[in-house]
Design a protein around this ligand. Structure first.
Ligand code: F6P
Length: 484
């Protein structure tokens, strides 16, 4: 089988370039080792949509990376518009931040159709497609409309919220009906999967039994595949990174004092302003910790042209300045705040240097930083992770100090407890978490998804392949009732 993986953002082939978001970092070793073709956005736009859209195709380990210029007329409406100002806020239960238009939706659909046409170049009799994330909810249906009966899987990296939240997304019904063109739809957690099944039952009137649903497209399976990391590779990278000049600089600057670290994309789902409040609170409640601990927050900007992101960046910068102004000394700054990305090796070294990992999102599909922080620790002297209950990673990392990120005092108490935790408890918690991480690495995640995709096709008892049906809404007399 030849696998074609599709995502909006891809990791660049250059080693140790900063990577934005967990998806790119997670897929990179898979493509390198499996020989898959990874297709994604080049980040450039194309004025002439009849020109060759493939900017570059280069080798990536045993696989290849194919970068596509997306159509200029639709890129903004697709990426900043529908994907990141309608779907992203809804998927993270921030319906108050939904800002979108009919044009955005049409651009989103156009880019999904454009990507489907571009993918035909890689279609051979034994190709399987694996579509990643909310940018391409309708891509499977577009591929089916082009006659593709090949296996197509979909994996969502973000949470999937309750049906009452998804109902706030314009055109939700049409989009989610189209998701049934996928053979397999994978989620990070059982709760996300159950929310999706709940939507199919309540909004589309479909029967979901044993994770299987039938629609005019054929059979679709719903299942949970928590994404993992390359645990031992990351651990080895962290151990080696101690010698990296940037990591040494950080360690020297601590002068033997303690460090807490947070590494996130600058996004409202990550709870960054609340996290700064926590540090304010810690230093107010425990003035004895002044100068004994600093907090390094790396907040990598993305989606900066969207108003909510620009506003957050301003608010966060102001807030950090206020807290530093309140608690700082002429020779000590409590919060070190950086708006830039770092390569994986340097980050691995930073995680190992930090005594506490602070991962406190309000909502997060998985949060691979949490897993990487744990994997990066020195087994003889591991740090402690303070982790939001609302990150998918909390299901596996239940030996972390689990917190509610909305409860500032409780998070402050947990960080203070982490800083004071005896070595025996740190080791016991860390060993438990490492055992869990090793049972679900990124490679196991990949194999499980692929096995489930193959299995879905073998066990498809109603139809022996997905139907290349005309999209439901486009057929006369077939509104959403066609699915009931
Ligand atoms: O993990 C969620 C995600 O949206 C990924 O799809 C993406 O790679 C990452 O966050 C970064 O987002 P963006 O590409 O919009 O900066």
């Amino acid at each position: 089988m030849k696998l074609v993986v599709v995502s909006n953002r891809v990791a660049r082939a250059k080693t140790n370039e900063p990577m934005t978001g967990g998806l790119a970092a997670a897929l990179l070793p898979l493509v390198e080792s499996s020989g898959a073709i990874w297709v994604g956005s080049s980040g450039q736009i194309l004025d002439d949509s009849s020109a060759n859209a493939f900017a570059t195709i280069e080798t990536l380990g045993k696989g290849a990376l194919a970068l596509l210029d997306l159509p200029a007329a639709h890129y903004g409406g697709y990426y900043e518009g529908f994907a990141n100002s309608a779907l992203w806020p809804a998927l993270h239960s921030r319906v108050d931040l939904i800002r979108t238009s009919q044009d955005d939706y049409e651009s989103y659909r156009e880019v999904n159709a454009f990507m489907a046409r571009a993918l035909l170049r890689f279609r051979t009799p034994d190709t399987a497609f694996w579509v990643q994330d909310y940018h391409f909810l309708a891509l499977g249906a577009e591929l089916r409309a082009l006659g593709t009966t090949h296996p197509i899987g979909f994996f969502l990296h973000t949470p999937w919220p309750a049906a009452s939240v998804m109902r706030c997304v314009p055109h939700h019904r049409e989009l989610i009906e189209r998701m049934l063109a996928y053979d397999l739809v994978g989620f990070q957690t059982a709760a996300d999967c159950e929310n999706f099944a709940g939507y199919l039952r309540t909004e589309l009137g479909l029967a979901v039994k044993g994770g299987v649903v039938a629609s005019p497209y054929g059979i679709t399976r719903l299942a949970t595949f928590p994404i993992g990391i390359d645990v031992d590779v990351f651990a080895a990278q962290a151990a080696k990174a101690a010698l990296h000049p940037e990591v040494s600089r950080l360690r020297r600057s601590l002068e033997g004092k303690k460090l807490a670290i947070g590494v996130d994309r600058l996004d409202y789902s990550k709870g960054l302003v609340a996290r700064v409040d926590v540090f304010d609170r810690i230093l107010t409640l425990h003035p004895e910790l002044k100068r004994k601990v600093s907090f390094l927050q790396i907040a990598t900007p993305s989606r900066g042209t969207i108003e909510a992101y620009g506003a957050l960046q301003d608010e966060l910068a102001r807030h950090v300045a206020e807290v530093n102004g309140r608690h700082g000394e002429v020779d000590w700054t409590p919060i070190r705040y950086l708006n830039k990305g770092f390569g994986q090796t340097v980050l691995a070294g930073f995680y190992r240097t930090a005594h506490v990992g602070v991962v406190t999102p309000f909502h997060d599909g998985m949060n691979l930083v949490a897993k990487e922080y744990v994997a990066a620790q020195n087994p003889q002297d591991p740090g402690v992770i303070v982790l939001s209950k609302f990150a998918g990673a909390a299901n596996e990392l239940d030996a972390a100090l689990l917190i509610n990120p909305h409860d500032t005092d409780a998070v402050a108490r947990s960080i203070a407890a982490a800083l004071a935790m005896p070595l025996s408890e740190r080791r016991a918690r860390w060993e438990t978490m490492m055992r869990r991480l090793r049972t679900n690495t990124i490679h196991q995640w990949f194999s499980r998804f692929m096995a489930a995709l193959a299995d879905t096709r073998i066990n498809d008892i109603l139809v022996d392949a997905k139907q290349p049906v005309v999209p439901l809404q486009a057929r006369p007399g077939h509104g959403s009732a066609a699915l009931h």
